[in-house]
Design a protein around this ligand. Structure first.
Ligand SMILES: [Zn+2]
Length: 402
């Protein structure tokens, strides 16, 4: 058979191929044949052709729901989330959460353990893999259905390379090839990001989908931030964007930070620093969670310290507000969850310091999530990767025609 006789593969334009149709359905922006045709400027028969491929590949399902608009009622199409699984991992200083979710970020099983970051990447990642296998087995789920693995780390991450970069509390991880280590157990795409970026992604997608400029500040044992700029996570040139914990704040006697520098924001307001300040009279305090516990029990020293911390954090947030002009600032982390003390201080200083134009419409709110934002973010990041329109088009180009 010469080339002229070979069946020609369909070639789609990225803006209206099957991948683009899937994006509309997955995001909920267009969920009927008519709405998709209108959104992409395609004929109904072309839309039917694209949908046939997506349904055949098990990516889209027709539901029983109908919506009525002009003309006759239309059947609703949904992303088929149940048949594909994602392993979502949130490695934290205090604890590590390993979950299996479906493509809709719905948790199908999870495990929380305390893993020591000081054990180094090889040991820790092999434990993460083992836990993931156990969760799958416990829930009677097949590893063959896993389509991707998402991992959040408390360190600056070069997103493209999938590696920790530079100094962080994760010593021994700088430059380690995480993707290869996990790829030995999971032959699927592995995406790795900074943990606060994942919290930011989860918060924005789940609770603020219409806000295109959002700043997330995590005040826990460590301090970090994440940004959605123009609708997308902003990671910066080296993945260090938002790493405000080690920005210098002057005027507070420059206490020593755990990074070795002096006067870092984290050395003033991080949970570890607050615990250290309170430890003289209250032995055993270590983490943000310990400090939050004291605050919730009404310890007046801890409350006063957290209020002051809120105002100092507010200085950094006011500066970031002037730089980024977000419409929403979300505060997360264990210190933010200990009543209104921290957020009150942050609000006070932002409204004092940032320009009126930047604060006129600004909302400063606590996170909606309790403890699973990292998992949700990791799952959403993998889903974005798996459903990338170009990847879907490339995959379906070779699929048999329905
Ligand atoms: Zn520091």
């Amino acid at each position: 058979m010469n080339d002229a006789d070979a069946p020609s593969l369909p070639v789609w334009r990225p803006q209206d191929g099957p991948g683009a149709v899937l994006q509309l359905i997955a995001s909920g922006r267009a969920v009927t044949r008519g709405a998709i045709a209108e959104a992409l400027g395609l004929s109904r028969s072309t839309v039917l052709d694209r949908l046939g491929l997506l349904i055949g590949a098990g990516l889209v399902r027709e539901t029983e729901e109908v919506v009525s608009g002009r003309g006759r009622p239309s059947q609703v199409l949904r992303l088929d989330t149940k048949e594909r699984l994602i392993i979502a991992v949130d490695i934290g200083e205090e604890r590590t959460r390993v979950a299996v979710t479906d493509l809709g970020a719905e948790i199908r099983g999870e495990r929380v353990e305390r893993l020591e970051l000081s054990d180094g990447p090889e040991a820790l990642l092999s434990r993460v893999s083992a836990i993931a296998r156990e969760v799958l087995a416990d829930e009677g789920l097949s590893a063959d259905k896993v389509v991707g693995l998402g991992l959040g780390l408390p360190a600056p991450v070069d997103y493209e390379a999938g590696q920790v970069q530079g100094w962080s509390i994760m010593s021994g991880w700088d430059g380690f090839d995480i993707r290869s280590a996990l790829g030995r157990d999971w032959p699927v795409p592995v995406v790795i990001d900074n943990d606060v970026n994942l919290l930011t992604l989860a918060e924005q997608r789940t609770h603020w989908p219409d806000e295109r400029h959002l700043l997330y500040i995590k005040a826990g044992t460590g301090v970090g931030s994440g940004m959605v700029v123009g609708g997308a996570i902003h990671r910066g040139a080296q993945g260090a964007a938002g790493d405000i914990g080690h920005a210098h704040i002057s005027g507070y006697h420059d206490p020593l930070c755990r990074c070795g520098n002096r006067g870092c924001l984290e050395a003033l307001v991080g949970g570890w620093a607050l615990a250290e300040a309170l430890r003289a009279d209250r032995p055993g305090l270590r983490s943000a969670r310990d400090v939050a516990g004291l605050v919730k029990r009404g310890d007046s020293d801890a409350v006063a310290l957290l209020r002051t911390a809120g105002r100092i954090l507010g200085e950094a947030a006011a500066f970031a507000t002037s730089m980024l002009n977000p419409s929403v600032i979300v505060l997360g982390g264990a210190l933010s969850a200990a009543g209104d003390h921290l957020i009150a201080g942050v609000r006070e200083v932002i409204y004092q310091r940032a320009l009126p134009l930047a604060t006129r419409q600004l909302r400063i709110v606590p996170t909606h999530f309790r403890s699973r934002a990292g998992i949700a973010g990791a799952s959403l990041l993998v889903r974005d990767h798996v459903l990338d329109p170009a990847a879907i088009d490339a995959r379906l180009a070779g699929a048999p025609r329905p």
